[in-house]
Design a protein around this ligand. Structure first.
Ligand code: CTP
Length: 400
């Protein structure tokens, strides 16, 4: 798989002569599968034009915090939420100093302030500026805040000096961007995900099921794995390819899903119940095909065990995340469900006809935990899953 597949990368270009190299960097990021959006500082636009970066990124380049038209499209807060990673390359001495002081007075610094995405800085400046104690102190303080730094390289510089201060080569920068994800918010964490529908057999050829495609659960398993987790996926019947690097157990009925969860739950840190588990099953499963006889036919159903509640009730229960699909009163019903099941977090969506939810490629979620909530806007289930995984790992770590 490409190193940056499905990743949303925001590239901030600042005022350094090395800005002329950024069209090539954008092209390579896209070759690695990233969706790239570019923000130019006003100093950067002296070295590279927005038109070139728009052409290579395939997206409008943003420059101004107070651009009404652009803010009406993807505004700075949306950009901050959209980004899976923020790459500042080249990062000038002035920009590094500004960022370390917590400035938020232009578009790019406001985005950095508003985003929870990891930030990677690739400094590029004259040797003396690089060696100046202001630069070192600024970088130290940024690194203490979790900002990653790549480079600079050594070599001949545009100003005629030779030494440290050159922007790193594109391959090195790409490797460092990929490492932002490998370091992973879920490194060392063991995750179990349930996904897909269940089948409750009436006889050997008939069953009760639902519309779940399993896409969201599979996307979550993949996203957790990419974030460094050790993942087991308990899956009902789907047409999906198992995600690479994830252990999968296939089951059919709710009872089988329950047994599989119970057998594998030991040592799990986070349990994500994404499956659409049938609440009921036929009291009797006929061993032979049921023949037509009377003009009406009744089926007596009995309840299945609630798998999620069962896990939440275990002594030393893992951190538990449930899903709720509602047609109305989303917040109330979702929060009631969280309390009733005794779980830590719930991701809720409204089931309607706009192409979100069951069986579709996109979804939109409102996530509730403790007295907090967060809206994860409509986007592909792959992207949504990565955002949800980041949020789950953050709340999970806070709970420890
Ligand atoms: N769940 C489960 N085991 C069940 C039923 C549901 O683990 N037997 C989990 C689902 O995976 C999901 C959450 O519980 O995380 C959904 O709760 P549920 O009570 O099933 O929601 P609904 O079926 O939508 O409930 P209701 O019909 O009452 O709205």
């Amino acid at each position: 798989m490409n190193k940056l597949a499905f990743k949303n990368c925001l590239l901030i270009v600042t005022g350094s002569i090395a800005a002329y190299k950024t069209p090539d960097i954008v092209r390579r990021m896209r070759d690695e599968g990233a969706e790239v959006r570019v923000v130019l500082t006003s100093a950067a636009s002296e070295f590279v034009t927005p038109l070139v970066l728009q052409a290579v990124s395939g997206n409008e380049v943003r420059q101004d915090l107070f651009d009404q038209k652009a803010e009406a499209g993807m505004g700075h807060i949306e950009l901050a939420r959209w980004a899976d990673a923020i790459v500042i390359a080249p990062a000038s001495a002035d920009y590094i100093a500004k960022l370390s002081k917590g400035a938020a007075d232009d578009l790019s610094t406001a985005i950095c302030r508003a985003s929870e995405a990891p930030i990677l800085i690739a400094p590029a400046m004259n040797l003396q500026m690089w060696e100046n104690s202001f630069t070192k102190e600024a970088l130290d303080s940024l690194m203490k805040k979790g900002v990653c730094v790549c480079g600079p390289d050594s070599g001949s510089q545009a100003c005629g000096e030779v030494g440290l201060g050159r922007l790193v080569e594109a391959e090195v920068l790409l490797e460092s961007i990929a490492n932002l994800f490998n370091a992973g918010s879920m490194a060392q964490i063991r995750v179990m995900v349930t996904a897909g529908p269940t089948r409750e057999y009436i006889d050997p050829v008939r069953y009760l099921t639902n519309q779940s495609s399993g896409k969201m659960g599979y996307a979550l398993a993949r996203a957790a794995c990419e974030a460094g987790a050790n993942v087991i996926l308990i899956s009902g019947p789907t047409n999906l390819e198992p995600p690479k690097g994830v252990g999968v157990e296939y089951i059919s009925s709710a009872s089988e899903m329950e047994s599989s969860v119970v057998n594998n739950i030991r040592d799990i840190d986070i349990f994500i119940a994404c499956a659409a588990v049938s609440d009921y099953r036929p009291e009797i499963e006929s061993s032979q095909k049921i023949k037509k006889s009377a003009s009406t036919f009744s089926l007596k159903l009995i309840p299945n065990k609630d798998i999620l509640s069962g896990v939440a009730g275990l002594t030393n229960a893992p951190f538990t995340v449930g899903f709720a699909a509602e047609t109305e009163k989303l917040e109330r019903y979702a929060k009631d469900k969280m309390t009733k099941k005794g779980i830590d977090m719930i991701a809720a969506n409204l089931v309607d006809n706009d192409g979100t939810g069951f069986n579709s490629d996109d979804n939109e979620l409102t996530v509730f935990w403790r007295d907090k909530s967060r809206i994860l806007e409509k986007q592909s289930k792959e992207k949504l899953a990565r955002k949800l995984v980041t949020l789950i790992s953050k709340v999970y770590r806070e709970s420890l």
